[in-house]
Design a protein around this ligand. Structure first.
Ligand code: ISE
Length: 324
């Protein structure tokens, strides 16, 4: 069976997902694509049908499953439309721009009693994070006490507005910290440098671990994500920002990519391959709609913690049985 996929949104991430589906996935074809910029869609069309309306793509009989990579504010409505059409979707993060909207998506899945949505939290597929989790889970570093995260962008994307360093970028650390530690986040305090960038966000988990994250949107030197997990008997951390060392201009060392696409290329590919397999098998993998709700809800409360500059107790709704 060949799975027919539709892709909504063809910006940086949508174009990469389209490439992965066409060039690095098996058992799948891209039946339809859609972007607010119809010219951009036409240029990427190849043998896919170009549609103007994302809702028409979701309901098309020629589309079995959907990749949502349109702007953040559109994700929740499109995810809801996929659930009501009974079609699986890989939805880029964040699932929604508010906790209330994210909860509507969760409620829709709960109402039909099926998990159809996978959140695009691709770090769960990154070989370095996967190895860190294996080391932590093996007990080799003892009980985990601190997770240090660094999340630096060379420059904030031009579409960044307001608190997106939290709601669009830091959501990755919310998700990956919960996944790595297997704990829930219970409090947050945020320190902002003058001008609001970088941020230093310190959270505590329900098992007393401390999670520190520097989110620096304009670090200039390149895109750099790093993590170190500290246990009572050892530590595990990412070894390198790149796979090779270069010499030039009287300098020897690692290079940094421009943005997240080259850094997480393997993660995006593995995520896409697993998503396609999971749609065919009906066995969900990766971040669920519930994980998407948690990331958005915690981000919303971290934005409040940023504004109040005080330690904020985090709260979540009750996790439905579907996500046990
Ligand atoms: C971007 O939207 C992503 O999802 C990247 O993974 C993240 O590192 C970057 O900060 C975001 O802006």
């Amino acid at each position: 069976m060949t799975l027919s996929v539709g892709v909504i949104g063809l910006g940086v991430m949508g174009a990469e997902h389209l490439r992965l589906l066409r060039e690095e996935s098996t058992g799948v074809r891209v039946a339809a694509i859609c972007d607010a910029d119809t010219e951009r869609a036409r240029l990427l069309a190849q043998d896919s049908v170009v549609l103007d309306d994302p809702m028409a793509l979701i309901s098309s009989d020629n589309v079995d499953a959907i990749v949502i990579a349109s702007p953040d504010a559109t994700h929740a409505d499109l995810a809801l439309a996929c659930v009501s059409a009974g079609k699986p979707a890989l939805c880029e993060k964040p699932l929604a721009t508010s906790a209330a909207e994210a909860l509507r998506v969760v409620d829709a899945e709960v109402a039909i009693g099926r998990r159809l949505l996978q959140g695009g939290y691709m770090r769960r597929f990154d070989p370095a994070y996967v190895e860190m989790k294996q080391v932590a889970d093996s007990g080799r570093i003892g009980a985990t006490v601190i997770l240090h995260n660094v999340h630096r962008n060379a420059a904030a994307p031009e579409w960044f507005t307001g608190p997106m360093s939290v709601t669009n970028s830091f959501v990755h650390e919310i998700d990956i910290s919960r996944w790595l530690l297997g704990s829930e986040l219970v409090s947050a305090i945020v320190h902002a440098a003058p001008g609001g960038d970088p941020l230093l966000i310190t959270m505590e988990t329900d098992r007393g671990e401390i999670v520190s994250t520097e989110v620096f949107m304009n670090a200039h030197y390149g895109y750099h994500v790093h993590a170190q997990l500290v246990g009572r008997a050892g530590t595990v951390q990412m070894a390198q920002p790149s796979l090779t060392l270069t010499n030039g201009n009287r300098h020897h060392g690692h290079g940094y990519p421009e943005n997240w696409v080259p850094r997480f290329r393997d993660a995006y590919r593995l995520q896409m391959n697993d998503w396609v397999r999971s749609v065919v098998s009906g066995q969900p993998v990766g971040a669920s709609a519930w994980d998407g709700y948690v990331a958005t809800a915690v981000a919303e409360q971290v934005v409040t913690a940023l504004q109040t500059a005080t330690k904020t107790k985090l709260f979540l709704g009750a996790r439905p049985e579907l996500y046990a």
